[in-house]
Ligand binder design. Structure first.
Ligand SMILES: C[S@@+](CC[C@H](N)C(=O)[O-])C[C@H]1O[C@@H](n2cnc3c(N)ncnc32)[C@H](O)[C@@H]1O
Length: 294
């Protein structure tokens, strides 16, 4: 059985055919499901959509058809955000997709208030199933318009992996992303930074003094994104991980005057110390992903 499945997957071009066969056999409940999954995978559906789940930061994330598959590259984003999360923090994951980023950021931290939001109803439905079991909430709407107004000025960490592929580069992406993930999950406009700029402009309203905006983008976009973050009144820093080919921009709010809040709290001071910490590489084992961090 296994040999036959591996041969079919390999013939279809699956590089990690043995691993994928094992995952399919572990996930399917009946021989008919095995057959259906092998058929879908051989037909080019991303492995995570076939299985219905993805491994991300050591967590099993539910992934619905048509919802963006979390990339291992985003583990840098998670690490950068996690260093700024304290027990009781308010964490927001905008452009959340499955909600994987927010879930991983708050995983194991006590008393965190987690909000995720996305413009795609399919993503929000999926995110709800992922974040509600840990007490999180998922909202539907355009960027921060989806958030409850009560969060204004209260957010400690606003994390986002928005669409950041330049429109003209979408055609160069692997078929698994291009064909099976929604265009609005990928397309960041002419230079890929349309959503990044909007997030930078929106963030100061939501962040508390000392709160941070943590954004994923590509290395070549970091300087322009940092400029946008500073133009919005935040201080900007760039973190990059060569090995994971991952880049994040961290914008920190120092605007305690704007909302009449007290100066940066002890947590913010701790965060400032942590900012100097070196970039963490992913500590979790990697399950081979069909979605090659496109
Ligand atoms: C690159 S995917 C990232 C998903 C998730 N953060 C992750 O890393 O797995 C971008 C997500 O942004 C969402 N999105 C695109 N435009 C949006 C908008 N204007 N407001 C909110 N979400 C948006 C898409 O629906 C998609 O789920």
């Amino acid at each position: 059985m296994t040999t036959h499945i591996v041969a079919r997957l390999r013939a279809a071009g699956c590089v990690f055919a043995e691993d994928e066969a094992r995952l399919i056999l572990d996930t399917a409940r009946t021989p008919a499901e095995v057959e259906a999954m092998v058929e879908q995978r051989a037909g080019g559906l991303p492995l995570e959509h076939v299985l219905g789940w993805a491994e991300f930061c050591g967590l099993r994330i539910q992934v619905d058809p048509g919802v963006f598959v979390p990339r291992h590259r985003s583990e840098l984003l998670v690490a950068a955000a996690r260093r700024r999360v304290r027990p009781g923090a308010v964490v927001v994951d905008l452009c959340c997709g499955t909600g994987a980023i927010g879930l991983a950021v708050v995983n194991g931290v006590d008393g965190v208030e987690l909000h995720a939001a996305d413009v795609d109803p399919a993503a929000v439905a999926c995110a709800r199933r992922n974040v509600e079991p840990v007490g999180g909430r998922a909202h539907l709407g355009d960027l921060d318009a989806a958030l409850p107004p009560t969060l204004r000025g209260r957010v400690d960490v606003l994390v986002a992996s928005p669409p950041y592929v330049p429109t003209t580069a979408i055609g160069l992406m692997p078929a698994e992303a291009r064909v099976h993930e929604p265009r609005q999950a990928l397309d960041g406009g002419a230079d890929g930074l349309d959503l990044v700029r909007r997030l930078a402009t929106a963030a100061p309203v939501w962040l508390r003094a000392g709160g941070v905006l943590v954004l994923e983008l590509s290395e070549g976009q970091a300087a322009a994104a940092a400029t946008a973050v500073e133009a919005a009144g935040l201080t900007a820093a760039v973190e990059h991980d060569d090995e994971g080919d991952a880049t994040v921009v961290v914008g920190r709010s120092t605007a305690d005057v704007q909302r009449g809040q007290p100066a940066a709290s002890a947590a913010a001071a701790a965060e400032a110390r942590d900012t100097a910490a070196s970039t963490a590489s992913s500590p979790v084992p990697q399950v081979p992903s069909s979605n090659s961090d496109a």
